[in-house]
Each structure stands twice: as C-alpha cells, then as structure tokens.
Write a protein that binds this ligand. Structure first.
Ligand code: A2P
Length: 340
C-alpha cells in the first residue's frame, strides 16, 4: 500500500505512445503530486526528452535490467507483451501497477476500475495490480451505471465506431498517409490494418473467436459485467474501426427491467459524474468525435425510448479514447490511491 507523501515517483511504460503522451499532459493538467517521473519506451526512443510539470524527462529504454527502485506507481500502456513481462515483476517489487492492457482485466484478484462507477474496488489490491478497462467499455459503463441504478438493465446491444488512435500512433499515421496518398491518386499502403482504413471501415477489432465474435466484442461484454458487478447482464457487441483519428462512438440499445421515460433517462445520465448530456434534436445537438476530442467527459445524446421492446432505450455516446478511455482513467485511479 502507498504511504502518504507530498509527491510520488511515477513510471510510465510506453511514455512515447499515443496514450503515454496523453498521460503526461493529464498529470500536468491535474497537478498530480509528482516527486519524479521515470519514462520508458523502446530502444528507438531512448534519450528523447518529454516535458511534464515544467521539467524535461529523459526516456529510458525498457529492458529486463531496468531498475524500478523507489517507483510508487507504474502506468503501463505499451503492448500486451510488455504488460505480461513487467506487470507482475513490478508488482512483486512493491510498485502499484495500473495496467491498460487486456492481460489482467478478468483476473478475479485484479480490480477493473472506472472510478466514477466502482472506485470501491480499489480497497483491496491483492496482487498490487489494477486494470483499466478497454477504451470502449469505460464510456459504456459510465452510461449504463445510472440506468442500472434507476431502472435495472436486462440486455445491452452496442455497436462501436472506434477511431484509429485506439490502435496507437502508427495507426493514426496510417490513416493520414493513406488519405493523402489516395487524394493524390497514389496507391494506399496498408501496414497496421488488414485493409485500407481511409474512406473505409472495418467491422473487425482484435482477433476472431470460434463463434465469429471479435476479441474486442468479447472484452466489452465480460468487462461490463465485471465492473457493474452484474454477472447476469446480457451484453452483445459489434465493434467497428472507422476512419476517425480520435474518440470512440457507440450506439447503445438497452432493455431495462422497469419503464424509464427518455427525459428521466437524460436526468439520470446528467447526474452521473463524468457524463455530459448533449442532446437536443431540435437544435441538431448530438455528440460527435470532434466535440469530445481532448475532453474528459463522456458525451451522451440521441436518448430516446425504443418501442420495439418492453422498456427499451436508445442512446449514442462519444468519448475521447485516449483520455477517459485510457490515460485519464489511469491517472484518476492513481489519484484515488494517493488520496485515500
Ligand atoms: P516506442 O515509441 O519507442 O516504440 P502506441 O500504442 O501509440 O503505438 O505506443 C506504444 C508505446 O509502447 C510506445 O511508447 C512504444 O515505444 C512502447 N513500446 C512498444 N514496444 C516496446 C518494447 N518492446 N519495449 C518498450 N516499449 C515499447
């Protein structure tokens, strides 16, 4: 457990990546009590300087010989292999690990946390590891929690529209390069995704399982049930990669146990910390990725009753996947750990 101090030593594994860079900005914005930062990435980034809280910090190569002596909390957002290799090792050395990968999320002795929804799960850290959810699960549970508390939820059907930044910095480059090449009548090179992403969309995120579900779809269902502590909740997802740089959007259909008027749903959602209801069809007001980019809140609009099932409700949400979907959620967990 963390001792109370005026500043903490934070390590970021994957500091040069899309999430890592966002983490540095958020630590600065929120004036996280830092005494020192240790930044780690691959060999190619060693020596690069990144700034945070008015100082430049040198990136170190992450190697098995790296010492984590004195580190209080490690924020890990690199690759699954790095999480597997270093997560347990860091925790065994007494470092609290906040991990962004799918490696530990479903382990029963690892809390999977969205502070606005289940901060209480942080009370016990038997392995010294906390996982943050998949970047689509986090905004989804923020929307579902107030509905669950108000009217109970039987079934959730969600379709996601996920930006390329969810795949990392190389995928952002790929979308921009393909777009430029195609507009200049050149062939588009495809390296990160199996097909061209510019002017296209891919109904495929992660790997396919035996029944045809993508791993991302399975993650959303399992993680949602774990975070909401609702093992019976029925969840089905279709995950789609879209040619958007930043922010994930989700079309969510919910079957509730009890009737809930759209206005009452809006009120319950608006009362949820971290949620912004942005919903006025008469003024063409609904959230889009450009609205939520760089923002902390989960934006929710298009809230309406669905008459095709008993107690049905539709909504649309948009959230910045690099912020609330990853870096912000991890920093909020670190804040909970240092202030409790
Ligand atoms: P680097 O930038 O040096 O490659 P993204 O998700 O945006 O692709 O970022 C992935 C992050 O994980 C980057 O900081 C990247 O560092 C880091 N990373 C990837 N592979 C390794 C590795 N083998 N060792 C250390 N860091 C790695």
């Amino acid at each position: 457990m963390l001792k109370k101090k005026s500043g903490y030593v934070i390590a970021i594994l994957g500091a040069t990546g899309a999430v890592g860079k966002e983490t540095l900005e958020i630590l600065e914005e929120r004036k996280f009590p830092l005494s020192s930062l240790r930044l780690f990435a691959s060999k190619r980034s060693a020596g690069v300087e990144l700034s945070c809280q008015g100082r430049d910090w040198k990136v170190e190569e992450l190697t098995p010989a790296a010492s984590f002596h004195g580190v209080d909390i490690a924020l890990v957002s690199a690759t699954d292999t790095i999480s597997k290799e270093y997560g347990q090792r860091l925790a065994a050395a007494g470092v609290i690990v906040i991990d962004d990968s799918g490696v530990f999320r479903m382990d029963s002795d690892v809390p999977l946390v969205v502070p606005e929804v289940n901060a209480a799960a942080l009370r016990l850290l038997p392995r010294g590891i906390v996982s943050i959810p998949n970047c689509t699960t986090t905004p989804l549970v923020m929307a579902l929690k107030p509905l669950l508390d108000t009217a109970g939820i039987k079934r959730v059907v969600v379709t996601t529209f996920q930006s390329v930044s969810g795949t990392g910095a190389a995928a952002m480059d790929e979308l921009m390069t393909q777009t430029k090449d195609l507009l200049a009548f050149r062939d588009a090179k495809t390296e990160v995704y199996p097909y061209q992403i510019a002017f296209n969309l891919l109904p495929h995120i992660g790997s396919f399982g035996d029944n045809g579900d993508c791993s991302e779809e399975v993650k959303i269902a399992r993680e949602t049930r774990k975070i909401l502590d609702a093992p019976e909740l029925l969840v089905t997802a279709t995950t789609v990669r879209v040619p958007v740089l930043r922010c994930h959007s989700e079309a969510v259909n919910v079957e509730l146990y009890r009737p809930l008027k759209a206005n009452d749903a809006r009120a319950a959602l608006a009362a949820m910390p971290g949620v912004l209801v942005y919903d006025d069809p008469n003024k063409k007001l609904y959230p889009m990725p450009l609205d939520a980019t760089g923002k902390d809140e989960v934006y929710i609009g298009r809230v309406r009753e669905d008459a095709s099932v008993a107690n049905g409700l539709n909504l649309w949400l948009v959230s910045d996947n690099l912020r609330k979907g990853a870096a912000l959620n991890a920093v909020q967990i670190a804040e909970c750990l240092v202030t409790r």
